[in-house]
Design a protein around this ligand. Structure first.
Ligand code: HEC
Ligand code: HEC
Ligand code: HEC
Ligand code: HEC
Length: 437
């Protein structure tokens, strides 16, 4: 954690406490200062810990700065995680990013990888692991990410990956103790072109030779984490991973302690080192942004808005005409649509400053990458969930108006966008009546 950021947030917390005091004691209930809402208190076991090191980690974040916000109540995201981490003084915090942070291999996702690593630096993360998704990227893409990490000044470590130059481990000091921090990827995981995975236990031997207690981050399931701890009994800590669910206490395997929390970067695992309880804390969408990480995220969206991507290449025009063209013959349907949120789906992205991000646009506009909405040319007639998002391209129908020329629509059409993640409350019988035409 950058010290100024920590001070800014500590100041905001103090202001929030003062405002609370004013509210409770004063005659005038109007708060004088604007304070960020919703920075929760530290989890009990952390608040109760003495001066020793505090371990904090998240796993499988998929490089998300924040969840999409399609519905309220979504968890996760680095912009809010960083705010939660900043509650602990940096000199006591040992903060880790486990494997699974790579957003993916498409070109816009490969741009987000380096941005996310810079965000981890702004969040004060001490060390970053490689996991199965990173090994799958292959040597070329991964080398690009590692170069970006080096220039951002964030330590990425892995002991058992060959084919790119990556440090096996780094020393990390917290609360008066120092660990050799490293990571391993399961050797049976698919490795992308140019990469090879060695046996984790063998690869950890040189790290142990450094003579420090060794903390291994491992992108493995529960059984894999335990097996690793059993195979290398002189490790200190094994932190995972790619698991089904969180644990509430560190699991002893011989002298090794095994710890893990659930996936998707939705929570932080907290452990006052040596304590008998650990906590996982969900990262709620009511937590204020960390200004430093938000600045990195904004820069990334600016990059997306300036960079031509594969999806911008001219594609054969599938025959999009825009909702305006339908209005003359289908006035009732058009009026219903124009009054619905579908007609404003692109504006929702503009409000969030994310209207250049293909990961958002694909459900919020019409015909992205199929000769429809053009990402870099500003909003046009296809910058919405239009008639044609559901009924298909209209050109042939306009040429010969009548039945049988539009794509048939069914509830399955809706679920392409209203999926479990982005619209968890979707139910055709309650949603359709709101847009019935
Ligand atoms: C898989 C399709 C899909 C993707 C991808 C997607 N959205 Fe959405 N989004 C939806 C749907 C569907 C809704 C409406 C959900 C509901 O009300 O049930 C929605 C709603 C929203 C809303 C609420 C709008 C309002 O008026 O309240 C915002 C904001 C939003 N999305 C932003 C984003 C952002 C930012 C991204 C990219 C990070 C994104 N969406 C990616 C499908 C998607
Ligand atoms: C020039 C007039 C005209 C225009 C413009 C027009 N339609 Fe139609 N549309 C019709 C007629 C006529 C029918 C047949 C009506 C019927 O069967 O009751 C029809 C039927 C449909 C149907 C039902 C299809 C079926 O197979 O039963 C859909 C869906 C539809 N139109 C969508 C659209 C959309 C979307 C647009 C804009 C892209 C559009 N129409 C533009 C005249 C038009
Ligand atoms: C191309 C993607 C897409 C398809 C297909 C789609 N939607 Fe949507 N829908 C969205 C998005 C995006 C939003 C949120 C728009 C906003 O608020 O900015 C949304 C919002 C809605 C809303 C408003 C939710 C609310 O809280 O009022 C309703 C209702 C809805 N959709 C119903 C449907 C139904 C029914 C279907 C299928 C017949 C469907 N949608 C198909 C993307 C889609
Ligand atoms: C979110 C998806 C969605 C959007 C957007 C949408 N429709 Fe529809 N439309 C449907 C569904 C679903 C049906 C019902 C199909 C059925 O009953 O089999 C339908 C039915 C229709 C029909 C046939 C009605 C009938 O009586 O058979 C027409 C015409 C039509 N839509 C035109 C339009 C036009 C024009 C627009 C844009 C102004 C539009 N739709 C936007 C999903 C959509």
């Amino acid at each position: 954690m950058n010290r100024t950021r920590a001070i800014v947030i500590a100041g905001a917390l103090l202001a929030a406490m003062l405002a609370g005091v004013l509210l409770r004691s004063g005659q005038d209930p109007v708060p004088v200062v604007t304070v960020p809402q919703g920075v929760p208190p530290l989890p009990d076991v952390v608040a109760a810990a003495g001066d020793g090191p505090i371990l904090a980690w998240s796993a499988r974040s998929e490089g998300r700065f924040e969840p999409c916000g399609c519905v309220a109540g979504m968890y996760g995201g680095l912009v809010r995680r960083a705010t939660l981490l900043a509650r602990v003084p940096q000199d006591r915090l040992l903060s880790l990013e486990l494997g699974g942070w790579s957003p993916g291999a498409e070109d816009h996702q490969r741009l987000r990888g380096p941005a996310y690593l810079a965000g981890l630096r702004a969040a004060g993360i001490d060390a970053v692991a490689l996991g199965k998704p990173e090994a799958a990227l292959g040597a070329e893409a991964l080398a690009g990410h590692l170069a970006a990490a080096a220039s951002a000044g964030i330590a990425v470590v892995c002991a058992n990956l060959e084919g790119v130059a990556v440090r096996a481990w780094v020393p990390v000091e917290a609360g008066g103790r120092t660990w050799a921090v490293t990571s391993v990827v399961p050797d049976r995981a698919p490795a992308g072109p140019g990469l090879r995975l060695r046996d984790p236990a063998a690869a950890l031997r040189p790290v142990l030779a450094a003579g420090l207690p060794v903390l291994v981050m491992a992108d493995m399931d529960e059984a894999g984490l335990r097996a690793l701890a059993a195979a290398v009994p002189s490790l200190d800590l094994v932190v995972g991973g790619d698991v089904q669910g969180p644990t509430t206490e560190p699991e002893p395997v011989g002298r090794v302690r095994v710890l893990h929390v659930a996936n998707h970067g939705k929570s932080i695992g907290w452990w006052p080192v040596g304590g008998d309880r650990l906590r996982f804390e969900l990262i709620a969408d009511t937590i204020p942004d960390h200004p430093g990480v938000r600045a990195v995220e904004r820069t990334h969206q600016g990059t997306l808005a300036r960079t031509a991507l594969a999806i911008d290449r001219p594609a054969a025009d599938a025959g999009w005409v825009g909702s305006q063209t339908c209005m003359g013959c289908h006035q009732g349907a058009h009026a219903t649509w124009a009054a619905s949120r579908h007609a404003h789906a692109h504006e929702a992205l503009v409000r969030k400053g994310m209207d250049a991000d293909p990961d958002c646009l694909r459900c919020h506009v019409t015909g992205l990458g199929q000769g429809g909405h053009r990402r870099l040319s500003g909003p046009g007639p296809l910058a919405a969930v239009t008639c044609e998002s559901c009924h298909g391209p209209g050109r042939d129908h306009i040429a010969a108006p009548g039945p049988g020329t539009m794509v048939p629509v069914s509830p399955a059409t809706c679920v392409g966008c209203h999926d479990a993640e982005n619209s968890p409350r979707f139910d055709y019988t309650t949603y359709w009546p709101r847009i019935a035409h």
